[in-house]
Ligand binder design. Structure first.
Ligand SMILES: Cc1cc2nc3c(=O)[nH]c(=O)nc-3n(C[C@H](O)[C@H](O)[C@H](O)COP(=O)(O)OP(=O)(O)OC[C@H]3O[C@@H](n4cnc5c(N)ncnc54)[C@H](O)[C@@H]3O)c2cc1C
Length: 455
């Protein structure tokens, strides 16, 4: 009986809310800006907590989420969702143009797979002749990291960073920029007004809240926001692995190890590659091909990878000379390489990059990887959804064929696409035009001002 009353009460409230929401005055226009303060510092009033949620009910065997009003956490000009290399680069670059920027991240740190995934090796920064073609925001971040004690090694080649140094450097840059930040905040749905994305709904310890924006940049890596908004995309199945770090490899008894090798002992397991911390290596893992959007698959791979890593460490420690080796940590974030690829205004193919095709809307260049030529250009169109307005993507979810996406997902290229998305979003706000209509010459000029090499 008590349950029946609750449901009836809820139905009454839901009907009233529906009526209020569909009155013309209550509707939002797709082109209406959410402009905040001209200083770009943001004036959106923070809401302390979420309104009490209506109970989720079971009706006819189906779980029903009631309709309810959501508190607005903030109104902003540029909303960047996902604080990986692409998202941080986008947010910082947009902020340089003086617009109000809000960066939201589901975890407690910046860097995405670069730091949380312990993927520490940044490439491809250089062309085949050794010229650095990835500059701009990526180079600025690496310079900050390099200045820190044990922050980075191999800065003149493709650098390897320390994850904690990178996280710290990004915190400094984000805080200095004066943007708004929400950590521990997971975007679960896009807000759509007349075919235009105008924000997103987030879940956090504060409950379910909305952030409204003039332009949204989806840098979740998985296209969570563009998929929710209804943009076209291609889904990929790719290798998923868990990265780890080993310690004490500077304490290997080399004479003992050489003696064992000469006596025919098996080599130790995977010892990984050097990091800026002496004796500590990062151990990459290819992992099985799986669907990075399937929680059951993610769980299975996480559990299996942890077992495999521990077995690898045991094997190493049983190898003569390697007894002191230990597992420093496993990555807090599972290594999902590719999931959703946007259906963009354009789609970069590996054949085009390999042929050195140039683009009138180029926003940057990538360095050599595989058989890519001396340098290759990246068109703006791969960041722009074919149909939706108010939205851009950057990072590992841009529009490309699979072989090219496998290169575009690399960290150095994520800085480039992130920076272009950030500048384009800021120009879209300033010029009051949708991102697809941003003047390319102006976009390229701003990027050059921010030291991007366009080619
Ligand atoms: C095992 C492995 C090895 C690799 N090796 C290399 C290498 O050696 N060199 C190299 O350059 N690259 C390498 N890569 C690729 C590279 O690490 C990633 O492709 C790159 O980090 C992608 O950057 P991104 O910003 O697009 O996405 P991500 O790094 O995935 O960042 C996305 C961010 O968005 C957040 N997020 C996701 N969903 C939501 C949501 N719904 N709401 C809020 N926040 C959200 C995430 O927490 C994360 O911080 C490797 C990748 C893997 C998995």
């Amino acid at each position: 009986m008590a349950t029946e009353m609750t449901r009836r009460e809820w139905m009454k409230a839901a009907t009233a809310a529906l009526a209020a929401a569909t009155t013309t005055s209550g509707l939002l226009r797709a082109d209406e800006p959410f402009a905040t303060s001209p200083s770009g510092k943001g004036t959106g009033s923070a809401v302390a907590g979420s309104a009490p949620a209506g109970p989720v009910v079971i009706e006819g065997g189906q779980v029903i989420q009631p309709r309810r009003e959501l508190p607005i956490l903030r109104k902003t000009q540029v909303l960047v969702i996902g604080g990986g290399p692409a998202g941080v680069s986008a947010a910082l670059s947009a902020r340089r143009l003086g617009v109000d920027v809000t960066l939201v991240e589901r975890y407690g740190h910046f860097g995405g797979l670069w730091t949380g995934g312990l993927v520490l090796y940044v490439f491809p920064m250089f062309d085949r002749k050794g010229k650095q073609v990835v500059r701009g925001m990526g180079e600025e971040m690496l310079k900050r990291i390099e200045k820190l004690d044990r922050g980075a090694i191999n800065r003149k080649g493709n650098p390897t960073v320390d994850a904690e140094a990178a996280k710290y450097a990004m915190v400094e840059m984000v805080v200095e920029s004066g943007m708004n930040v929400y950590l521990h905040c997971w975007a679960c749905e896009a807000i759509l007004v007349g075919g235009c994305v105008r924000g997103a709904v987030f879940e956090s310890k504060s409950g379910r809240q909305a952030i409204l924006a003039d332009v949204v940049i989806d840098t979740t890596g998985d296209g969570d926001v563009f998929a929710s908004a209804g943009a076209g995309y291609e889904k990929t199945i790719y290798d998923i692995g868990l990265v780890s770090r080993l310690g004490n490899l500077d304490k290997v008894d080399k004479a003992k190890a050489a003696e064992a090798k000469a006596a025919g002992a098996k080599p130790p397991g995977n010892l990984g590659a050097a990091t800026p911390i002496p004796g500590v290596t990062w151990v990459n893992m290819r992992g099985p091909k799986a669907d990075g959007l399937d929680v059951a698959e993610l769980t299975r791979i996480e559990l299996n990878s942890r077992r495999a890593i521990w077995k690898n460490v045991e094997r190493i420690r049983q190898s003569p000379g390697y007894e002191q080796a230990y597992l420093v940590e496993t990555a807090p974030q599972l290594g999902v390489r590719l999931t959703r690829l946007l259906e963009g205004v354009s789609r970069l193919t590996y054949a085009e990059a390999r042929a050195g095709k140039t683009f009138s809307d180029a926003i940057g260049c990538g360095g050599v990887e595989g058989s890519t030529p001396v340098e290759w250009q990246i068109p703006y169109g791969i960041l722009v959804p074919k149909t939706l307005d108010g939205l851009l993507t950057a990072g590992r979810s841009v529009s490309a064929d699979f072989k090219m996406a496998d290169i575009l997902r690399l960290i150095a290229i994520c800085y480039v696409t992130g920076q272009a998305a950030g500048v384009a979003a800021a120009l879209s706000v300033q010029d009051k035009c949708p991102p697809r209509k941003v003047e390319i010459a102006r976009l390229q000029a701003e990027l050059k001002k921010q030291d991007v090499w366009i080619g």
